[in-house]
Design a protein around this ligand. Structure first.
Ligand code: PMP
Ligand code: GLU
Length: 398
């Protein structure tokens, strides 16, 4: 019988997007769903960005652009890298993609040979292992400990390096746990990467969302050697509330960016032209909108963690960045909900959605059983109501 490829057969669909689809379907049926599932800002794209998009349409900027993105956008991105990260990139060292997701995948395609190993600190963002497999590589997980706030230990990375290690996927601030890696840890990781000789793909999409005076450091800024083996990925989805516009970008050595551009030229061509002009405007302003958004996320972060901690059987540590919190649900495991035993955080999430219309993502999607991930990119009223329902759910367990 004819079969799909072995490579395709081992790829699981995105659990975050699946939960979002399920929650939206329930909403469409008229159910009052509280969505802590998918991670996307609930704010509108700022008005000055929407205006720039209208102008681009009216000016007829609706045709193919260079595959790697318009020169004017790449220049803006170069300015951003210099301003925010102290990184010097030429436009030829920058590629614009349809979302940071595509930048990461294309970077993996450009760097990974069949059977190469890619190190992934765990818990990890749901798409990393699947993307590595899609590129023909082998994900190798580096377990992070709850008591370390899920920050990866450099020595745990070093221990897993083999002759096949090609790259490390770093994500700080992190999805799903919100931890931010301090400069010292990044210096130690950079030293290991330089000494052992592997690339780093540094996903910095949440760089603007840090709290309590926490500092975001790009690993590529720690020296010329580490910069020469790092691809820095960022994008507009989170910092400018532009998830649907699909613009991400990467900076890296010209040879890698050239290879990524070749891949992109045959798979999707340029990212949406109108979105590129909108992001050019976004990168030229928006500090006020961003500051408002960060203030709102900060307040929600404190609120949700406090309410969770007040709920018997649930616990959550205060995250330092992004807009996610890992909620410890181990106290619910083994208990029964209307006769059904909760055996995993997957069961917990399914029953919570079914019984209380609250959407969360099971920790298994991120390699961390016993936890569920909540996105607090929702209003404070929804946070209060969602945690109230979770408390009711917990109280109903026998
Ligand atoms: N990296 C991480 C860690 C994310 O959470 C996301 C959001 N889904 C992305 C990359 C991709 O973002 P986008 O493709 O919307 O730019
Ligand atoms: N970053 C979001 C999340 O993790 C978006 C969903 C996705 O792209 O998978 O929920």
């Amino acid at each position: 019988m004819l079969q799909i490829s072995r490579r395709a057969a081992q790829i699981a669909p995105s659990a975050t997007l699946a939960i979002d689809a399920r929650a939206k379907a329930l909403k469409a049926e008229g159910k009052d769903v509280i969505g802590f599932g998918v991670g996307e800002p609930d704010f509108d794209t700022p008005a000055y960005v929407r205006d720039a998009a209208h102008q681009a349409i009216e000016a007829g900027k609706t045709r193919y652009t260079p595959v790697a993105g318009t020169l004017s956008l790449r220049k803006k991105i170069a300015e951003k890298f210099l301003r925010d990260n102290g990184l010097v990139y030429e436009p030829s060292e920058i590629i614009v993609s349809s979302g940071a997701k595509q930048s990461i995948y294309t970077a993996l395609c450009a760097l990974v040979d069949e059977g190469d190993e890619v190190l992934i600190p765990s818990p990890y963002w749901v798409s990393y292992p699947e993307m590595v497999k899609m590129a023909g590589g082998v994900p190798v997980f580096v377990p992070c400990r709850h008591e370390d706030g899920f920050r990866v230990r450099p020595e745990e990375i070093a221990r897993r390096v083999t002759g096949r290690t090609k790259a490390l996927l770093l994500n700080s601030p992190s999805n799903p746990n919100g931890c931010v890696l301090p400069r010292k840890t990044l210096e130690e990781i950079a030293a290991i990467a330089v000494e052992k000789g592997f690339y780093v793909i540094s996903d910095e999409i949440y760089e603007k969302l840090v709290y309590d005076g926490c500092e975001h450091v790009s690993i590529a800024s720690l020296g010329e050697k580490i910069k020469a083996q790092t691809v820095v990925v960022n994008g507009a989805s989170k910092a400018y509330a532009m998830t649907g516009w699909r613009i991400g970008y990467a900076g890296g050595p010209a040879q890698i960016v050239k290879a990524m551009t070749a891949f992109q030229s045959h798979s999707s061509s340029n990212a949406c032209s109108v979105s590129q002009y909108a992001v050019e405007a976004a990168l030229s302003g928006g500090e006020e909108e961003l500051a408002d958004m960060v203030r709102a996320f900060d307040a929600r972060r404190r609120l949700i963690c406090r309410l969770i901690d007040e709920t018997p059987g649930l616990a959550a540590d205060l995250p330092e960045g992004a807009f996610y919190v890992m909620m410890d649900v181990r106290a619910a495991l083994g208990k029964r909900c209307e006769g059904v035993t909760i055996e995993s955080s997957h069961d917990f999430a399914s029953l919570l959605l079914e019984k209380k219309c609250v959407a969360v993502v099971p920790g298994e999607a991120f390699g961390e059983a016993g936890f569920v991930r909540l996105s607090y990119a929702v209003g404070e009223d929804k946070i209060r109501e969602g945690v109230r329902r979770m408390a009711e759910f917990m109280a109903s367990l026998t």
